[in-house]
Design a protein around this ligand. Structure first.
Ligand code: OGA
Ligand code: MN
Length: 222
């Protein structure tokens, strides 16, 4: 049977899956789904990220925004590159994120307004210490997403994403960065970390944000 042309966008066609994702976000603050990004898109995004790495087009990741921005090697060691709508492979992923934004807004009334995302490369040994993606009240990141682009990730390869619960030491879940997997969690509520990877680890981290425009000016640059 011929495949529909946009099988890139598996999740946005599955209302039951979207209901479950929305329920999980409302109940426990996080959700993880497998085979969400279609294999062909995962492969194309991985090729794109590898090409960017080969062209030395990634930048050291920092912590904080604008004036607070700093690079702290003891906190995070990944390298990043922001996605843009002008690049066709990036645009396919951003299209999926846009459909997901509408689906989540319909179910959760979060008023998600826009999405920003970057590729991330964790070379062997790289990690990201425990942190929150957004501070309550201060920022406008509402939901965090991570899409993984790795082929055949093995249990010994490390690089798991650890999500923590409300109590300091509660480890809610440990998630391997398996290709096609998508994790979504509440940016202000869920502390998390990336354990040291033992091989190159490829992903796209993204954030749904509120509209914090001032006088018609869309939110200032990151
Ligand atoms: C981040 C982050 C998690 C991951 O980039 O802020 O927490 O699994 N990433 O890559
Ligand atoms: Mn994070």
């Amino acid at each position: 049977m011929a495949q529909p042309p946009d099988l890139d966008l598996l999740i946005t066609q599955d209302e039951c899956l979207l209901d479950r994702a929305a329920d999980a976000l409302a109940d426990v603050g996080w959700w993880c789904g497998d085979d969400i990004v279609a294999p062909a898109l995962v492969r194309d995004l991985r090729l794109e990220l590898r090409a960017l790495i080969a062209a030395d087009a990634l930048a050291r990741a920092g912590v904080g925004r604008e004036a607070d921005f700093q690079i702290d090697h003891s906190v995070r060691r990944d390298r990043i590159r922001w996605l843009t709508r002008q690049q066709p492979v990036h645009a396919r992923f951003l299209g999926l994120a846009e459909d997901l934004r509408h689906a989540l807004n319909r179910r959760l009334f979060l008023g998600l307004f826009e999405f920003e995302a970057h590729f991330a490369h964790y070379p062997p040994g790289a990690f990201y210490r425990r942190h929150l993606d957004s501070f309550r009240g201060a920022a406008n990141r509402v939901l965090s997403t991570v899409a993984y682009l790795n082929d055949h990730w093995q249990p010994g390869d490390g690089g798991e994403l650890v999500l923590y619960g409300a109590n300091e030491e509660d480890e809610a879940v440990r998630i391997a960065p398996r290709g096609g997997r998508l994790v979504i969690f509440l940016s202000e509520e869920v502390p998390h970390e990336v354990l040291p990877a033992r091989r190159d680890r490829y992903s796209i981290a993204g954030w749904y944000r509120l509209n914090s425009s001032i006088q018609g000016q869309i939110d200032p640059p990151r």
